[in-house]
Design a protein around this ligand. Structure first.
Ligand code: GLA
Length: 730
C-alpha cells in the first residue's frame, strides 16, 4: 500500500488524496476506482512549470486559498475586520496540515495557518452503505481580532476532464425541480440562491457527467444539506479538470468570528455512479433512507399513509359539516390521513390576514378543532394540520402586540410577499412564543401531522431591534431547525411536512427533521412528470408529496383523465387534492382502485429501487423490489412523436432466469381506428408470462399511447403472482 495515499472506499467509487505533509493533501481522484500508479500523471509539485508561469503553480488541494499562486476560486475567502490596525489583514492564507486521522471510511484533517492565525477542520465520512460521502468544514479564529468570512466551501473536489455535462435545477412557483442541462465551458458555472430559502428557482444540488444518460456512464452528484442561501460552482482548472465547490452563500458581514469562535459549514453530500443518473439516484435514495430521515421515536418508517389535503377542495371556505362529509368521503376511497389546510385559524378567510394567530377561528369552529379531529380519528384516519409558523400578517393580533418581531428594516420600505412578513425567529422570545403556540395545539388535540408551510422569500433578514444589524439569514434558518427539533423532542410521535409554496424548501437539511416535502402546488399530471423527475434525482419517492388533483388543474387549467393523474401520483407519497364529494360513484370507485393499487405497491415504491428515463415523446418510471421479484412500471405520453410504433423499453433490475407475470393494470382507451394487437389484449387481460432475460432485452410489449395518457404495468415473479392478486382498474 502506498502510504502517500489516502483513500475513501465507497461501494463504487473512491476519493483519493496524495499526502505531502506538512503541505496540504493533493486531490487525485473523485470517481471510479483507479488502479493507476500514482506517478503516472504528475499533478502536484512534480509537474513541469509551464512557460511564463509563477515558479509555484499550485494544483488542487483540499483547501486552496488565494494569494500565493492559486488563481481560481478559493475554498475560503475572508479577512480581519476587528479594529483599524487589524482590518483587512489576513485575506491571504496558506494552510498546512497539522493533524490527520484517516481510515477507509473517514478522514479528519486539521489545517492551520500560523500567519493568518486560522485553523480549519475538515470531516469526511462515508456512510455505512458506501453510497455517499458527507463532508463539512469548520473554521476557527485563532487571532486576537475578528475575522470576517465571505465564503467557506463545504466541499471542494475535482471532476475529470470528460465530465463536461451538467444538470442544474431551475424553476418557478408550480414548476420546481426543472433539470437544466448545459455543457460546461471556459466560464465558471455557478448558481447562487439568496432568497433565504432554497426557493423554487434553485435546489441545492448539481449533477455532472460525460453524457448524463439514464443508466450508463459516469455521473457525479453533490447536494448541500441546507435549506437557505447557497452557492454551487464548477470552475475549469488549468490542467483540464474542473473544481466543484458548494457551500452556504453568506451576505456581506453575515459571519464574523470573534477571537476563539468557530464557523461550521452545512454538510455536503457527494456521490458517484458508473451507472448514469439512475445509479446515482439509487445511492442518494439509500443514503436519505438510512442517514437523513429520522422517523418518529427512532422507529423505522411506517407505510406512508395516503393523504387527503383540503386545500383544493375547500380553500378558505371551512365549514364543519362540509369538512366532516369530505372526511367521510375520503375515508371511503381509502384515505388514511386527513390534512386540514389553510383557513382554520383566527379570522383567516383569505391570505391577507391572521398569520401568527394560531387558534381556531371562533365562527368556523365554535367548539374548537376537537369535533373535526375526533370525527377524522373515528373514521380511522390520522389528522394533520397546516401551519405557517415563521410568518406574520401585518393584520394579525400577533403583529398588533409585537410589531417589532417582524423582519422589517427600520428606514426601509416594507417588502411583503403574499401580504405577509417573516418573523425574526433568531430572537429567542419569538422562537419560544412559536414553540408554546404549537405545543399548545399539539397538547390540546391528537394531531398526528403538521404541514409546515413557508410562503415567501426572506428579503431582509437582519439582527437588532431595528433590524439594521448584520444579515441574519443563517441565524434564522438555524433557529428554524432548532424550533422544529425542539417540537419533535416534545412530541416524538409527530410527523412534519416541509412545504414552501410547494417545493421551495426541499433538501437534505430540512429532511433531517421532517418527513415529507410538498413537491409542488402544481398537480397537473403532465407538468408533474417533469417536476417529480427532477426531485427524484436526489430525493426518494416516499418523501415526495404527489396528489391526485381535480380533473381540471388549478394551476394550468389543463384537463386530464383520472387514470393519467393517478398514474403520475402513484410514484410518490400518494394523496388526493380534490373534493372527493363531487365525484360520481363510478369515479369514486375508480379512485378507490388507484388508492388500493398504491397501497399494494407502496412497500416497493417506498423501499425499492426507482429508475426513470425518457424515450421519444415518452417518460417512464419503474419501481423494483430489492429482491428483483416485483416491479411496477408506468409509461407516460408527454409529447406527440413521429414514431409509428412504440419503442422497446428494456428493463433493469429483474432476474434473467425468473419467469414473470406481466400485466397492464391500466391501459388507455385505444385511439380511434386502431386495432388492438393480440399481445396487447393478453397484456391487458390475464397477462403475459415472460422471462427476465426477455424483459431485459426488449421490455414488455407497449400499447399505443394517446397524448397525456399512461400505461401501468405490474411485473411479478410468476410463482408469486397468484398470492399478489392483480387488481383490475378498468
Ligand atoms: C401554499 C401551499 C399550498 C397551500 C397554500 C395555503 O401555497 O403550497 O399547498 O397549503 O399555501 O395557503
Amino acid at each position: 500500500m502506498d502510504t502517500r495515499l489516502l483513500r475513501l472506499e465507497a461501494a463504487c467509487f473512491e476519493l483519493l488524496l496524495e499526502r505531502r505533509d506538512p503541505a496540504q493533501p493533493l486531490w487525485r481522484q473523485f470517481g471510479a476506482r483507479s488502479a493507476a500508479p500514482l506517478d503516472a500523471w504528475p499533478q502536484g509539485d512534480a509537474r513541469p512549470t509551464p512557460p511564463n508561469a509563477l515558479d509555484v503553480d499550485p494544483a488542487l488541494t483540499i483547501l486552496p486559498t488565494h494569494g500565493l499562486g492559486w488563481f481560481h476560486q478559493p475554498a475560503l475567502a475572508g479577512a480581519r475586520c476587528g479594529d483599524r490596525l487589524g482590518s483587512g489583514r489576513d485575506w491571504c492564507q496558506d494552510f498546512r496540515l497539522v493533524d490527520v486521522e484517516a481510515d477507509a471510511r473517514h478522514w479528519r484533517f486539521t489545517l492551520e495557518d500560523p500567519v493568518a492565525r486560522l485553523r480549519v477542520r475538515q470531516h469526511w465520512q462515508l456512510d455505512p452503505g458506501g453510497d455517499v460521502v458527507t463532508t463539512h468544514v469548520e473554521l476557527e479564529n485563532l487571532g486576537t481580532e475578528d475575522f470576517r468570512v465571505d465564503w467557506l466551501a463545504a466541499a471542494c473536489v475535482p471532476l475529470p476532464v470528460h465530465a463536461e455535462q451538467v444538470i442544474g435545477f431551475a424553476g418557478r412557483w408550480s414548476l420546481e425541480f426543472q433539470q437544466h442541462r448545459e455543457t460546461l465551458g471556459i466560464a465558471t458555472w455557478r448558481r447562487d440562491c439568496r432568497r433565504g430559502r432554497n426557493g423554487h428557482q434553485a435546489f441545492p444540488a448539481v449533477l455532472v457527467g460525460s453524457v448524463l444518460a439514464d443508466d450508463e456512464g459516469p455521473a457525479w452528484g453533490a447536494h448541500l444539506a441546507w435549506s437557505g442561501n447557497h452557492t454551487l460552482l464548477i470552475e475549469p482548472l488549468a490542467d483540464g479538470r474542473r473544481m466543484l465547490q458548494l457551500g452556504e452563500w453568506l451576505a456581506p458581514g453575515e459571519v464574523v468570528l470573534r477571537p476563539g469562535e468557530r464557523h461550521r459549514t452545512p454538510d455536503a453530500l457527494l456521490a458517484f455512479s458508473d451507472q448514469g443518473l439512475n445509479g446515482l439516484a439509487a445511492g442518494f435514495h439509500r443514503h436519505m433512507r438510512t442517514q437523513i430521515l429520522h422517523w418518529p421515536a427512532g422507529q423505522p418508517m411506517t407505510p406512508r399513509p395516503v393523504h387527503l389535503n383540503t386545500w383544493e377542495a375547500v380553500y378558505f371556505r371551512h365549514d364543519l359539516a362540509a369538512l366532516k362529509d369530505l372526511a367521510a368521503a375520503a375515508a371511503e376511497v381509502g384515505v388514511e390521513r386527513f390534512v386540514l389546510d389553510d383557513g382554520w385559524f383566527h379570522r383567516r378567510n383569505d391570505d391577507h390576514t391572521s398569520l401568527g394567530d394560531w387558534w381556531p377561528d371562533a365562527a368556523k369552529y365554535p367548539h374548537g378543532l376537537g369535533p373535526l379531529i375526533e370525527h377524522v380519528h373515528a373514521l380511522g384516519m390520522q389528522f394533520g394540520l397546516w401551519v405557517e409558523p415563521e410568518m406574520i400578517s401585518p393584520d394579525s393580533e400577533l403583529f398588533r402586540a409585537h410589531p417589532d418581531w417582524a423582519l422589517e428594516m427600520a428606514g426601509r420600505d416594507r417588502v411583503l410577499g403574499r401580504h405577509q412578513l417573516v418573523l425574526d425567529l433568531a430572537r429567542p422570545e419569538v422562537a419560544d412564543h412559536l414553540f408554546v403556540r404549537l405545543d399548545t395545539l399539539l397538547r390540546a388535540h391528537r394531531i398526528d401531522y403538521l404541514k409546515w408551510d413557508m410562503n415567501r422569500d426572506l428579503a431582509t433578514a437582519a439582527e437588532g431591534a431595528d433590524h439594521r444589524g448584520p444579515a441574519a439569514y443563517r441565524r434564522s434558518l438555524l433557529a428554524l431547525y432548532g424550533l422544529i427539533d425542539r417540537l419533535r423532542a416534545a412530541h416524538p410521535a409527530l410527523e412534519i411536512e416541509s412545504c414552501s409554496s410547494g417545493g421551495a424548501r426541499a433538501d437534505a437539511g430540512i429532511l433531517r427533521r421532517t418527513h415529507r416535502v410538498w413537491t409542488s402546488d402544481c398537480n397537473d399530471a403532465l407538468t408533474r412528470i417533469a417536476i417529480q423527475s427532477g426531485a427524484l434525482r436526489l430525493l426518494p419517492p416516499e418523501v415526495l408529496g404527489a396528489h391526485i388533483g381535480p380533473a381540471v388543474s388549478h394551476t394550468t387549467g389543463r384537463r386530464h383523465s383520472l387514470a393519467f393523474r393517478a398514474a403520475v401520483a402513484l410514484f410518490g407519497h400518494l394523496g388526493i387534492e380534490a373534493d372527493v364529494r363531487e365525484l360520481d360513484p363510478a369515479a369514486r370507485a375508480e379512485l378507490r382502485r388507484w388508492v388500493e393499487l398504491h397501497k399494494r405497491w407502496r412497500s416497493v415504491l417506498h423501499g425499492g429501487v426507482l429508475r426513470q428515463g425518457r424515450l421519444p415523446g415518452l417518460a417512464w418510471v419503474q419501481a423494483t423490489a430489492l429482491d428483483g421479484r416485483r416491479a411496477l412500471l408506468a409509461i407516460y405520453r408527454v409529447a406527440e412523436d413521429l414514431g409509428r410504433h412504440m419503442p422497446t423499453l428494456p428493463l433493469r433490475g429483474l432476474a434473467d432466469q425468473v419467469r414473470y407475470q406481466v400485466r397492464a393494470v391500466h391501459l388507455p382507451a385505444v385511439p380511434h381506428g386502431r386495432e388492438v394487437a393480440p399481445l396487447l389484449t393478453a397484456l391487458a387481460g390475464a397477462g403475459l408470462e415472460l422471462d427476465g432475460a426477455t424483459l431485459a432485452a426488449l421490455g414488455p410489449p407497449l400499447p399505443p399511447l394517446p397524448p397525456e395518457s399512461a400505461v401501468v404495468i405490474e411485473i411479478i415473479a410468476a410463482d408469486g403472482a397468484t398470492q399478489a392478486r392483480a387488481i383490475a382498474l378498468e
